[in-house]
Design a binder for this molecule. Structure first.
Ligand code: PGA
Length: 251
């Protein structure tokens, strides 16, 4: 069975609730005919307005992070049940900016992915190498290690539900996109790693996105590659015409 593409916006720390409402109003009519699953991942404070406004549309809403505990004394954190209560369906886990600036490790990423799966929220689990790692020739080892650690103790049925986002750190917000061939090579490597960890059906089912300066002009080529099942889009997801071009890459 062909994998359905998934195009997700990662708004990062952008848009106040009222600005979010404006952008969502613009987005609804221009992404409605997409053949992909369309997701917007917004700051926590925008989730309420986002879930409310997108009811009955083809836009699903995701958070950009969550905690792995049920509830309790974790000031400033957000639990899975809080997201579920609003109707949030996706959560980005382990984005490189969270690993770099907020001390997330493969261990905490794994805990969060497991909690999201337990709760029925689809994790968009991020991995990717730095430029130094790529130049030192350890990109493949690094990616394989991240996938193995981040997917630890997750069974094959659950693994199929995970969306993996391959985001080379050197391509995020830099305007430097990986070439479609570079992106395809690593997405294929990730699928191969999943096959080793689980089996061929799991590897065939799991969806792997590319992220890192994906935009209206390069999306179609990236999305034409056999192992690239979608995109995680930062900058270009904040402009309705650009995000619409990506969600309609095949039109
Ligand atoms: P970018 O960000 O599209 O602005 O490069 C992608 C991401 O970090 O998810």
């Amino acid at each position: 069975m062909a994998r359905k593409k998934i195009i997700a916006g990662n708004w990062k720390m952008n848009k106040t609730p009222s600005q979010a409402a404006e952008l969502i109003k613009e987005l609804i009519p221009v992404v409605k005919d997409s053949d992909a699953d369309v997701v917007i991942c917004t700051p926590a404070i925008d989730l309420s307005v986002a879930t409310e406004m997108t009811k009955g549309t083809n836009i699903a809403v995701g958070a950009e992070n969550m905690h792995w505990e049920e509830s309790g004394a974790y000031t400033g954190e957000i639990a899975a049940d809080m997201l579920l209560d609003l109707g949030v369906q996706y959560v980005i886990i382990g984005h490189s900016e969270r690993r770099e600036y907020f001390a997330e490790t493969d261990e905490t990423v794994n805990k969060k992915v497991r909690k999201a799966l337990e709760k029925g929220i689809t994790p968009i689990m991020c991995c990717g190498e730095t430029l130094e790692q790529r130049e030192a020739g350890v990109m493949a080892e690094h990616i394989r290690m991240q996938i193995k650690l981040d997917m630890a103790e997750i069974n094959a049925d659950d693994a199929k539900k995970v969306v993996i986002a391959y985001e080379p750190i050197w391509a995020i917000g830099t305007g430097k996109t990986a070439t479609a061939d570079q992106a395809e090579e690593v997405c294929a490597l990730i699928r191969e790693t999943i096959k080793e960890l689980y089996d061929a059906p799991t590897a065939e089912a799991i969806r792997i996105q590319y992220g890192g300066s994906m935009n209206a002009s390069n999306a179609a080529e990236l999305l034409s590659k056999p192992n690239i099942d979608g995109g995680l889009i930062g900058g270009a997801s904040l402009k309705a015409p650009d995000f619409s071009k990506i969600t309609n890459w095949n039109k």
